[in-house]
Write a protein that binds this ligand. Sequence first.
Ligand code: EPS
Length: 393
Amino acid sequence: MLRFSTAGESHGEALVALLSGVPAGVPVNQEFLDHELWRRQQGYGRGGRMRIERDTAHILSGVRHGKTIGSPIAMTLANKDWKNWEEILPVSEGDPEKHKAVSSPRPGHADLAGALKYDFADGRYVLERASARESAARVACGAVAKMLLGELGIRVASHVVRVGSAELSRAASFEEIAALAKREEVLLSCVDAESEALMKAEVDLALKTGDTIGGIFEVVVHGLPPGVGTHTNWDERMDGLLAQAVMSLQAVKAVELGRGVTAASSPGSKVHDAISYESETAEGKFTKFTREQNNAGGIEGGISNGEDVVVRGYLKPISTLRRPLGSVSFATREATKASYERSDVCVVPAAGVAGEAMVALTVARLVMEKFGGDSLRELQRNFASYCEQIKKY
Ligand code: EPS
């Protein structure tokens, strides 16, 4: 089974990523991996931390001579900021005087519930692990999942469709969305320059007023054949697995598949995607089922239907506010302002990159479950044979 886990604190020495279940023989491109990490660090509205870090994945195992070898892939991502935190957050007991407490919980963060749950006197240790810094390790694993999917012609990309009240004003093709990953400067990862300028104005306003802002990113999977995922068991449905994967990202508060949100208030005749059959006229052979629209977001009954898989993540505004909300002191229980800790103002494009990783890892897992194979060659053979089978009728 393809699975991954991460370890590490935001201001600890490093993040750790462990990915297993990747077949042998998948070419691993370090430059691509680091470029994915770079993309996660970009975007208008990021905070000071992103000026300190230059994320890169140090591969320790599972890859030899540029290819996966079937064994678990272990990676570390050093935190450059660690040098400023070594004495504040040592592994050993250290000097309690140097401890930097999060003395009043920040509304919207895990600080309060986490401190009560784990019996901590303040929010520091909870913040350290709840921080979206962890998503860098997910992006490292996701980059490998993308390399695996790429060998089957399956691509994953994301773009931003809303920042605050500014929305992308037109439809975007997959190629347009995929091209965003090649931009040398990332503003808000929007395919439309006018919409992007309006999104930027929303961030500027939040910067000026000491506030923060959320939005919506959209991840699209292109080239996935019909038949991945299953309707047969609730916990194997692709829609449910994608929802959990994307919802687990820091600050994501809702996940939408296709046009799921507006579908709830529309008649069925306007929602469901009529089916046609495309024929290859030269040979007179039928080749492909097609749809005029893709409101289902490429999934019906928990199974991919051959259209692009479209997943949206809705982000709440970042919880740390420069003008803090009311809170209570952990020590005295008296009213005070929430602690302030350096943060971002807008992270929608970065969350989109983390969303790509989560979607790629989920799709890669389901692809491996369906087609199997211990080597890339075996997987490719199984995949090609299935693609032939569904073309037949
Ligand atoms: C982040 C690193 C963090 C934050 C942010 C995202 O670094 P620092 O806390 O040192 O500024 O910028 O995480 C949060 C504050 C959060 O609440 O999620 C990153 O690498 O993306």
